[in-house]
Design a protein around this ligand. Sequence first.
Ligand code: ADP
Length: 382
Amino acid sequence: MREALVELIRENARLQCLCSGQLAQLEATLGSLREAVLIINGDNAILLANKAFMAIFPQANATPGRRIERVLHSVAFLEYVGAVRSGGAPARQEIKIISAGDSFEEGARWLEISGAKIPAADGTAGTWALFVLHDVTHQKKLEAVRKEFVANVSHELRTPLSVITSAAETLADGHAAMPIADRARFLGIIQRHAVRLASLLNDLLTLSRLESHDSGLHLERVSLQVLVSSFLEDCRARPAAAGRQITADIASNIGELWLDPLKIVQVLENLFDNALKYTPAGSAISLTACLHNQAPDKVELRVQDNGPGIPAADLPHIFERFYRVDKGRSRETGGTGLGLSIVKHIVQLHGGHATASSNHGKGTTFTLVFPIGGGNSLPTAP
Ligand code: ADP
């Protein structure tokens, strides 16, 4: 009896040793995987949880050997474990996890899990289960941004399209009996909204090119002084600029910069278009450029106006696609809501950044900071 007991304890120790040896080996192999891995025994006790798993469920770290029901407070995950045990689980399942204390969307994480029963490595008849979790939060967020963008684009296109359609229908049905002045009015509506559609499509195409792999950035050595004065000459000639005070001051110590001149002119056009659109007649618009006071390898360019400004609550959003402070006013003046987004992208492509500040009621300042040498996009110097 004693010998049998000793033999049983010896066998048990050998199995435990084998088991912990195998788990240690597994841990060494799975520890550095990007995927989160969890192995539980037949009683749902945690046998192995790698680093990636513990990054998702930090509770699993402090309590190895405890039952998962006690440490993982995710009903969706526990239901999946149950389904794997009963053999009815789908090969992959997406679950959403919200960490305690986090606000609903900010703390939400999406995981794609797959699991399978595996034979117990300690030689017992029980069955273990292995789970692999893939964090797909980033893809989910991108998908949400894409869906929102498509919804916004559809909405923006629908308005001018439906105006064009109904004006065209009215003309088609009644032009014979319609007074000439009414015909001209409907044709004018069609023309205005067709122009609006065209500028929306142009801006969308520009944005999509800027965001694509080949953004088409062509850097050249450019004199900012020359670029700005030719831009301002064109700008002052526009009817909208009449009666405005448009000034420029480019510091003389700024040498030539590596820029894509066409794209930088587009940035200035978008900023000046806005300044002309959103400030009343007689306002002042200034463009200044100097070396950055903390980083002399950078240039700081400012476009400032003394118009109505932008409310503080809107400022953090104005570089977002389709964001407008006053939707009606923007559309009325032919705005697409994409101008500042294009500005931000072009400046970023040059390795710089764009910010806006405003004193509500007193004006708006857009500040662009560029590296003199063109940032990472610099081609091999000739
Ligand atoms: P939009 O085509 O509507 O002008 P933008 O992306 O160029 O789109 O600008 C976004 C919004 O920022 C505008 O709708 C407007 O409300 C606000 N905005 C931009 N520039 C100015 C400015 N200089 N003064 C006041 N508001 C401005």
